[in-house]
Write a protein that binds this ligand. Structure first.
Ligand code: AMP
Length: 419
């Protein structure tokens, strides 16, 4: 079924065409009519399925029926677990609503950056607010926003928000909303916690389930290049150059490893940038923007930093190191081959990672092709690694940690502190 049959207005169809979408993804086929009809939604769908357009398009259409000339109240609230996801959802909503008249105003707020500029931007009112929970409550507490006119609440990646310890914040936020509203909940998994959250939140929801990432991953071509640990950086450069890869997302297991690899690539004239937890929000945003714009060829990321990254049709993902948890492999390669497009996931596998590779194959129930590249073959026995260069002194903090006042920002993820 084409987009034109889903009941969307012409300005939205125009934006869809400009985004290059020709056919709706399965979740869009189900979610768009349901949301247009005002139903609550319980959707089992992960990032990569096209879920953002699945909720944003019908929400925009419903909003555009009624306009507030001044003092726009927040009518749609979209909660996301991470700043990156918030930024991307905000970008998508603005893009899809580009041709609506009069235009709707969308703003994005998240922690880890100064609150004042966000307060200024919210002053004239906004129609759609995309927010991470902690910062949203900060803004409420500072009287910068009111949530009493919200018509639609979206909980995006609800399972991850709970994983990150946001449940109390979410409950506080829900208590501030009008009782009568539309609720849309998206989650990749349905744990007991999610079930508890949905009870009492959703009213007769339409339930939607689309293929889990494990299945989507089957459209991705996967290959493992067996190599020696010490040759990985050179092998990666070789692959990028020989295959003329233009846009590659590379996963490393540590922040330090990400920095070292980025330096090495840049020295070899392959424009690269790293994103990880030690980078400021500004540095992360500009690295991501540069990558999307094609100015940065290789984005080197750790798992945590990469969560929520949405790059349209990312063609290549490289596991420079295999993740410790096999499920993370599936998440990583889900960054490529999105919405039915083909993608390629390459893993550089050294001697010590062969057992991790087997566990991944077991999880996916599918063998991964093993290959070797001439000149970079894996030795029969693992050669000893050269000693690591010294890391240099640790940066000195402005204030001793113990006495520093805790900044009022987002909660620290509970179980993702290592990267
Ligand atoms: P999401 O799951 O919302 O993060 O979307 C995943 C990616 O698929 C995004 O980069 C979208 O731009 C893209 N996308 C969404 N819907 C479609 C569609 N119908 N056809 C092609 N690409 C799409």
């Amino acid at each position: 079924m084409p987009f034109t049959k889903l009941g969307l207005s012409d300005p939205l169809l125009r934006a869809i065409a400009e985004a290059g979408y020709t056919t709706p993804s399965p979740i869009q086929l189900q979610a768009i009519p349901a949301v247009l009809n005002g139903h609550d939604l319980l959707a089992a769908a992960q990032t990569g399925t096209g879920k953002t357009a699945g909720f944003a398009l019908p929400i925009l259409q419903r909003l555009s029926h009624k306009h507030y000339s001044s003092n726009r109240p927040i009518r749609v609230l979209i909660l996301t677990p991470t700043r990156e996801l918030a930024a991307q959802v905000g970008e998508s909503v603005s893009k899809y609503g580009e041709h609506l008249h009069p235009r709707l105003k969308t703003e994005v707020v998240f922690g880890g950056v100064k609150i004042n500029p966000q307060m200024m931007r919210l002053r004239g009112g906004v129609d759609v607010l995309v927010a991470t929970p902690g910062r949203l409550l900060d803004l409420v507490n500072q009287n910068a926003i009111k949530l009493d006119q919200v018509e639609t609440l979206v909980l995006d990646e609800a399972d991850r928000m709970l994983d990150m310890g946001f449940i109390r914040d979410i409950r506080k936020i829900i208590a501030l909303l009008p009782k009568k509203r539309q609720n849309l909940l998206f989650s990749a998994t349905f744990s007991e916690d999610i079930r508890q959250l949905t009870t009492g939140l959703l009213v007769n929801p339409i339930k939607i389930e689309v293929a889990a990432r494990n299945t989507a991953a089957e459209t991705v071509e996967q290959v493992a290049y067996l190599c020696n640990k010490a040759n990985k950086a050179d092998l990666l450069c070789h692959l990028i150059k020989v295959n003329e890869w233009r846009q590659v997302l590379v996963f490393t297991s540590t922040k330090h490893g990400a920095n070292r690899l980025t330096d090495k690539l840049n020295k070899l004239d392959i424009k690269a940038a790293a994103i990880h937890g030690n980078k400021s929000q500004g540095a992360r945003t500009s690295a991501l923007a540069g990558f999307k714009a094609g100015e940065i060829r290789v984005l080197v990321a750790t798992d945590v930093a990469a969560r929520g990254i949405d790059i349209n049709l990312l063609p290549h993902v490289v596991n420079y190191e295999l993740p410790r948890a096999p499920a993370d492999y599936v998440h990583r390669i889900g960054r490529t081959g999105r919405a039915g497009e083909e993608g390629q996931a390459v893993s550089l596998v050294s001697h010590d990672e062969v057992s991790a590779l087997r566990l991944i194959e077991k999880l996916m129930n599918k063998p991964i092709k093993r290959e070797q590249i001439e000149g970079f073959e894996q030795a029969a026995v693992a050669p000893p690694m050269p000693p690591e260069p010294p890391r240099g002194p640790r940066p000195v903090r402005n204030q001793p940690r113990k006495t520093a006042a805790a900044p009022k920002t987002e909660h620290k993820p509970r179980r993702r502190s290592s990267v």
